[in-house]
Design a protein around this ligand. Structure first.
Ligand SMILES: C[S@@+](CC[C@H](N)C(=O)[O-])C[C@H]1O[C@@H](n2cnc3c(N)ncnc32)[C@H](O)[C@@H]1O
Length: 173
């Protein structure tokens, strides 16, 4: 499926991903067999990843905290348009350990937007994958995301390999 077809299907789903950001996310997901996502809301990013993968497995971690999306029901509705199998862990990502989830071709982080939350999610993802896409980097309304990612990048073992608006792809060096 090409990007225009993917965007047509994901665009109506509520969520904050803009087109250029989705292009980066789906490009990174191409060819992946196993993907981890932290923070799915109604599944806009999840479906984009799934359509780009074509087949495979996604593990989604989200306790569904947001008032307008308090259950996984909208995620399930969104994912009907895709063909990948997915497993939902309705839990705070900070309670998940690497042993619980196995290894992945890539991770997507868009969950807890605090400094400590982003850093904890990055450390979890870094122990299960070499490629991570984060949303909201340099989003001025969410300074903890930027400071969390910058602190993580200071360990010198990871670098930003691609960026589109507030979506960044970071890879292990
Ligand atoms: C900005 S929304 C995600 C948007 C989604 N990625 C999209 O493209 O539409 C943030 C989501 O992160 C979830 N969340 C917040 N804190 C979390 C945590 N500690 N672990 C996992 N998910 C979390 C919220 O429940 C919410 O669904």
């Amino acid at each position: 499926m090409n990007f225009d077809q993917i965007w047509e299907l994901v665009e109506p789903i509520p969520g904050c991903y803009q087109m250029k950001e989705m292009e980066l996310l789906t490009h990174t997901a191409q060819g992946c067999i196993r993907v981890l996502e932290i923070g799915c809301l109604a599944g806009k990013s999840t479906l984009g990843i799934a359509l780009s993968m074509g087949s495979g497995d996604i593990v989604v971690i989200d306790p569904f905290l947001q008032g307008d999306c308090p259950t996984a029901e909208r995620l399930h509705r969104s994912m009907k348009k895709g063909n990948v199998s997915y497993k939902v862990m309705e839990i705070d990502s900070h309670l998940v350990s690497a042993q619980d989830i196995g290894s992945f071709d890539m991770s997507h982080i868009d969950g807890d937007h605090t400094h400590e939350g982003v850093l904890a999610d990055l450390n979890l993802c870094a122990s299960v994958t070499d490629t991570i896409v984060c949303h909201d980097y340099q989003n001025q309304g969410l300074p903890g995301v930027t400071s969390g990612i910058d602190e993580f990048l200071n360990n010198q073992q990871w670098r930003i390999s691609d960026k589109a608006l507030s979506a960044v792809e970071i890879r292990k060096i």
